[in-house]
Design a protein around this ligand. Structure first.
Ligand SMILES: NC(=O)c1ccc[n+]([C@@H]2O[C@H](COP(=O)([O-])OP(=O)(O)OC[C@H]3O[C@@H](n4cnc5c(N)ncnc54)[C@H](OP(=O)(O)O)[C@@H]3O)[C@@H](O)[C@H]2O)c1
Length: 327
C-alpha cells in the first residue's frame, strides 16, 4: 500500500485528498520508487481545476518527484536498488509515497543535489534549459524580459539568462519578490501589479524593446509582451498563471517580424537522447554555480491542497514541495 493524493473531481484545493492505494509489483521495465520529495508545479493547479483535462479522473496528480529505487521489474538495466533518482513525467502519479515508474524516464541524481532541492528544481530547471538553449538561444548582449521573475521557474530563468550575459528585466508582484528577482540576476525589476510594464520596458531599452520576452503569466501580460518586442523579437509564452490567452491577430506579428512560440517541456523531454542532454546541462549548471537554489517550502503529502492554495495566492514562500511521512 502507498499513500497518494487522489483527485476525483475538478475543483478547489480541498479536492486533493489523501487515500491508501494498492501498489502492484513493478512490471517489465519498471522501477519501484519510495518517494522522498515531490515537486509542486503550477501545472498541477491547472490539472486540479480542470483547465487541463490531461489526467483521467479519478487520478493521482503530480509530474515530478525524487526517491530511492526499492525494487525492479524484469528487463531493467542500468539501475540498482538504493539508487537515488528523480523524474519528470507527463503521465502523472507523482503525488504518492511510493509508485512504479518506467526506468526509461528515471534520472540518476548527482550527490551534490539533495532530494528536496532536486524535487524543487528538476522540472523547473529542465524547463529553463529548454527556454534559454532550445526555444530561443539567449546570447550575451541580448535583452530579455522575464515575467514572474521571482517564481519557481522565473528565478532560475533570470539566473540562467543573466549567467549567459543577457540584460534581464524582471517583473514581480511584491517588494519581497522584486528583491528575489534582483538577487536572481535581473538588472532591472518592475512591480507589474502597480505599474504598466510596457512603458517601463521601453524606457529601459531606449525604445528598442527586448529580444525575447518569456511570459508564463498569460492573459494579463501577453498583449504587453507583444508590444515590447524589438524588431525580430520573440515572445515565448510558456504558461498562463493569470488565465488563458484570448485569440489574437497573427498579422500583429508583421509589425516587426516577431514570432510567438508556445513550448511544452514534455515534448522536449520525450526524446531520450535530448532528455539526457537537457538533464546533463541542468546538473552542470548547478555544479558550475550558473544556477543556485534552496529546497522549497515543504508540506506533508496529505496537505497538498494547502500547497496549491499558497501557490495560487502568489505566496512568496513558493516554490513548494510535498514530503511523504514526517516533515
Ligand atoms: N510550458 C512548460 O513546459 C512549462 C513548464 C513548467 C512551468 N510552466 C509554467 O511556468 C509558470 C511558472 O510555474 P511555477 O510552478 O514556477 O509557478 P510560480 O512562477 O512560482 O507561480 C506563478 C507566479 O505567476 C505570477 N502570477 C501572475 N498572475 C497570477 C495570477 N493571477 N495567479 C497566480 N499567479 C500569478 C505570480 O508571481 P507574481 O506575484 O510575482 O506576479 C506567481 O507567483 C506557470 O505558468 C507554469 O504553468 C510551463
Amino acid at each position: 500500500m502507498a499513500e497518494a493524493i487522489m483527485l476525483r473531481e475538478y475543483g478547489g484545493p480541498e479536492r486533493l485528498r489523501a487515500e491508501k492505494v494498492d501498489l502492484a509489483p513493478p512490471g517489465p521495465g519498471e522501477l519501484r520508487i519510495r518517494q522522498t520529495a515531490i515537486g509542486v508545479n503550477f501545472h498541477d493547479v491547472y490539472v486540479r481545476t480542470g483547465l487541463y483535462k490531461t489526467l483521467p479522473l479519478p487520478g493521482i496528480p503530480g509530474i515530478e518527484a525524487v526517491g530511492v529505487v526499492e525494487d525492479m521489474g524484469p528487463d531493467v538495466t542500468g539501475f540498482s536498488v538504493g539508487d537515488r533518482i528523480g523524474y519528470v513525467t507527463g503521465g502523472y502519479g507523482a503525488y504518492a509515497s511510493a509508485r512504479n515508474l518506467p526506468a526509461a524516464i528515471a534520472l540518476k541524481l548527482p550527490d551534490a543535489i539533495g532530494d528536496r532541492l532536486a524535487a524543487t528544481v528538476l522540472l523547473k530547471a529542465l524547463t529553463v534549459e529548454m527556454l534559454v538553449r532550445r526555444v530561443h538561444r539567449v546570447e550575451a548582449g541580448q535583452t530579455v524580459l522575464v515575467h514572474a521573475a521571482a517564481g519557481g521557474v522565473g528565478r532560475l530563468l533570470a539566473q540562467w539568462a543573466a549567467g549567459l550575459g543577457a540584460v534581464v528585466i524582471g517583473t514581480a508582484g511584491t517588494p519581497d519578490k522584486l528583491r528575489i528577482a534582483k538577487e536572481a540576476g535581473c538588472a532591472h525589476v518592475i512591480p507589474y501589479r502597480e505599474r504598466d510594464f510596457v512603458p517601463e520596458v521601453l524606457r529601459l531599452t531606449g525604445g528598442r524593446g527586448v529580444d525575447v520576452a518569456y511570459d508564463s503569466v498569460g492573459r494579463d501580460t501577453f498583449d504587453g509582451s507583444l508590444k515590447v518586442l524589438a524588431p525580430l523579437g520573440r515572445l515565448v509564452n510558456f504558461g498562463q498563471s493569470s488565465g488563458p490567452i484570448p485569440p489574437f491577430e497573427i498579422s500583429r506579428l508583421a509589425a516587426g517580424s516577431f514570432s510567438v512560440v508556445r513550448p511544452i517541456v514534455f515534448h522536449y523531454l520525450a526524446d531520450a537522447e535530448r532528455r539526457r542532454d537537457m538533464a546533463k546541462n541542468v546538473f552542470a549548471a548547478f555544479a558550475d554555480g550558473l544556477l543556485t537554489a534552496e529546497a522549497g517550502t515543504a508540506y506533508p503529502l496529505a496537505d497538498a491542497g494547502q500547497a496549491h492554495a499558497a501557490l495560487e495566492a502568489r505566496s512568496d514562500r513558493a516554490p513548494f514541495i510535498l514530503v511523504p511521512g514526517d516533515l
